[in-house]
Design a protein around this ligand. Structure first.
Ligand SMILES: [Zn+2]
Length: 274
């Protein structure tokens, strides 16, 4: 395999990794634990097709996170970003229900999990929230044993695995022999001294890229949409939202300044009539 190493692509440069040992305040004021570990996970692209534009991949992830619970919006997402389908539903006859209305619940589950990991907990001591997010991330990245998860009997209530099971019960009511696909793998590579993550689809590839630079995952300060920021200082999803926020701030400033003055004038006017 002369070309094996040539297939190694480092998606995203070395990134900051979360580490519970060190807690520093982030610009938003919430406590985020992180240190500067050098990441050792690389990606081999043999098992998925397509490289393409990272910006478009991030756009598709944001669109999935912002998907409304409306079947028409689901149809629009399918037309605009067909590659962002997050998980294969396999049967003896091949893949089933890809972008079908019967699989809408599965996409909504992925949407909700994506929303839940988009912003990590502000409180590092909230272990139940942290565990929920970790489980959600494992599921989204496809590094859990989906088949085993479906056969487990006592899953903790409110955890992502429980919802996954419920959604799959519904899928099997349509396709009785359906089994989950899109298992990604992480394995240690002795020659490179690194762990290798192998995404199985474009969704996992995009999520991995975002995971490596999770500071990019933001919620718009104006319209509350999920978006992927290009620069660290970006707070709004679009120039339209940034302009609307500026107008709001200017108006608030004007009311603070002139509101006080007009109150004073009103009082003075009253006294003159006395
Ligand atoms: Zn916005």
């Amino acid at each position: 395999m002369a070309g094996a190493n040539a297939f190694v692509i480092v998606l995203g440069c070395y990134a900051e990794y979360i580490n519970e040992d060190h807690v520093i305040p982030s610009p938003g004021g919430c406590l985020v634990a992180r240190s500067k570990w050098k990441a050792t996970v690389q990606v081999f692209p043999q098992h998925y097709r397509g490289t393409g534009d990272v910006g478009q991949l991030f756009e598709a992830l944001s669109a999935l996170a912002n998907l409304r619970s409306d079947i028409k919006e689901y149809g629009k997402l399918r037309l605009k970003y067909p590659d962002i389908w997050p998980m294969q539903i396999l049967s003896r006859d091949g893949e089933k229900l890809r972008w079908a209305s019967e699989a809408f619940d599965l996409v909504r589950l992925y949407r909700d999990l994506l929303r839940s990991i988009w912003v990590w907990p502000c409180d590092p001591d909230d272990w139940s929230q942290l565990n929920r997010k970790r489980e959600a991330l494992r599921l989204l990245m496809g590094v859990v044993d989906f088949t085993r998860m479906l056969s487990e009997e006592h899953l903790p209530a409110g955890m992502p695995q429980g919802r996954f099971q419920t959604v799959w019960r519904r899928i099997r009511s349509h396709v009785p022999d359906a089994t989950p696909g899109s298992f990604a793998t992480v394995f240690p590579s002795w020659p490179s001294g690194q762990f290798v993550y192998m995404p199985r689809n474009r969704f996992q590839e995009g999520l991995y890229l975002l995971f490596r630079e999770s500071w990019r995952a933001r919620i718009c300060g104006s319209c509350q949409a999920h978006f992927v920021a290009e620069k660290r200082q970006t707070q709004y999803c679009s120039s339209k939202c940034a302009a609307a926020a500026k107008r709001r701030n200017d108006l608030e400033w004007w009311h603070r300044k002139h509101g006080k003055r007009s109150n004073r004038q009103r009082k003075r006017g009253k006294n003159e009539h006395l």
